[in-house]
Design a protein around this ligand. Structure first.
Ligand code: SF4
Length: 78
């Protein structure tokens, strides 16, 4: 996983990427959006997303997606 060396989230509080609470609560959505904003500026977002899709299920925001969003992507892949 050499791509992690170029991750934009290096140096960012890891807890940002693991929102606490239900998937649709306001604080959870706000935290997820903040994490996704970091991912949106990440040069290895594609590699990160591919890893998270293959490693399923994994909690948290990876590659700019939540696990719920990745479940949908996996269904489309199948
Ligand atoms: S896409 Fe997001 S979670 Fe993945 S390495 Fe980049 S910043 Fe970190």
């Amino acid at each position: 996983m050499n791509w992690r060396e170029s991750a934009r989230c290096r140096g960012v509080d890891p807890e940002l990427f693991f929102p606490i609470g239900s998937g649709t609560s306001f604080p959870t959505l706000v935290q997820s959006d903040e994490a996704k904003a970091v991912c949106g500026r990440c040069p290895v977002a594609r590699q990160c997303l591919d890893w998270a899709l293959d490693a399923a299920p994994v909690e948290g925001v990876w590659g700019g997606t939540t696990e719920a969003e990745r479940r949908v992507l996996r269904r489309h892949r199948a």
